[in-house]
Design a protein around this ligand. Structure first.
Ligand code: SF4
Ligand code: SF4
Ligand code: SF4
Length: 298
């Protein structure tokens, strides 16, 4: 008769900060795969799936969401103390997400504009990625994350091997998929050259430019790409705004947005009045017959 294992099963926790729960839903959507490994792990905390609460300890904890309130700031330090491995999942946790757009602007003015009683809202002046406060052992990008990458990461961590995750630009996945480049063929701005893949170049497959939801690749040459957007007919601040999406607060997108003037909450300067804008080195004349002039827009 087989003897029951006395080895304790790894404890997995999922913790939510400021987020929409979409990345947790990706985990829930893995129900068949989760069932396959359910007898090998204990999921002790998962707010999207159960009202049961655990404060740890965790062998692995997945953290969704940005640090946006004083309570979440305390929570993330507590989670870090309780976790052997802390993994951030999604654009909110890894880059600050949409919430971080407020970081460029007056937090109190935003709060007063959105809430009838802003005095009841306790939030930090900025929404920050988790790594700004505590050590992060691994991260999964995307808004939302890729379910296959999540499964690969969880199984790798629980079996003690290195996860096999892609480290290339969206362009590489786009070319492998045999897609026609929307930037070349239609003049649609695309952040594929500077964005980490993981989605299989989803947006170009639907005739849309990538807007960077998986965040910047290491050593991404955003200066060159922004100059390309200007060359295609965008003003410098319009080019900067193209980087100001879900991961706009992550460097080097953040620095470029600030430099070019595409800060969220402001109106990019249109071409007719673009000349005085202080973005030397990024402005370039629009060539006759450029894709932008031909009407390519995003
Ligand atoms: S990264 Fe996107 S899907 Fe995930 S929690 Fe944030 S907003 Fe939601
Ligand atoms: S469409 Fe975008 S991701 Fe695809 S090759 Fe062109 S620039 Fe790269
Ligand atoms: S193509 Fe870009 S914006 Fe679209 S899902 Fe992939 S990383 Fe996100």
């Amino acid at each position: 008769m087989a003897r029951a294992s006395t080895t304790p099963r790894p404890r997995l926790g999922v913790v939510k900060l400021a987020s929409c729960d979409g990345c947790q839903l990706m985990l829930l959507n893995l129900e068949d795969e989760l069932l396959a490994i359910a007898d090998r792990i204990d999921i002790v905390e998962f707010p999207e799936a159960t009202t049961h609460r655990s404060s740890g300890p965790y062998d692995v904890v997945l953290v969704e969401g940005a640090v946006s309130t004083p309570e979440q700031l305390e929570q993330i330090h507590e989670v870090r103390r309780e976790a052997k491995l802390l993994v951030t999942i999604g654009a909110c946790a890894t880059a600050g997400g949409i919430q971080a757009m407020r970081n460029w602007r007056d937090h109190d003015a935003f709060r007063a504009a959105v809430y009838a009683h802003p005095e009841y809202i306790e939030s930090l002046a900025t929404a920050q990625p988790v790594a700004d406060y505590v050590k992060v052992d691994a991260e999964l990008r995307g808004c939302p994350i890729n379910a296959g990458q999540l499964l690969e990461l969880v199984t790798a961590l629980l079996t003690g091997r290195r996860p096999d995750l892609p480290d290339e630009a969206v362009c590489a996945a786009c070319k492998r998929a045999g897609r026609v480049c929307v930037m070349v063929s239609q003049g649609i701005p695309c952040l594929g050259p500077v964005t980490m893949t993981g989605c299989g170049a989803l947006c170009p497959g639907f005739d849309r430019g990538c807007y960077g939801c998986f965040g910047p690749r290491e050593s991404a040459n955003v200066d060159s790409l922004s100059r390309g957007f200007v060359h295609m007919g965008r003003t410098p601040s319009e080019a900067g705004r193209l980087f100001a999406g879900f991961t706009g607060y992550a460097e080097p997108f953040r620095g470029l947005i600030t430099e070019l003037g595409g800060v969220p909450g402001t109106t990019p300067v249109p071409r007719a009045t673009a000349a005085p804008e202080g973005a030397a080195g990024h402005a370039a004349p629009t060539p006759a017959g450029s894709p932008a002039q031909a009407g390519g827009q995003r």
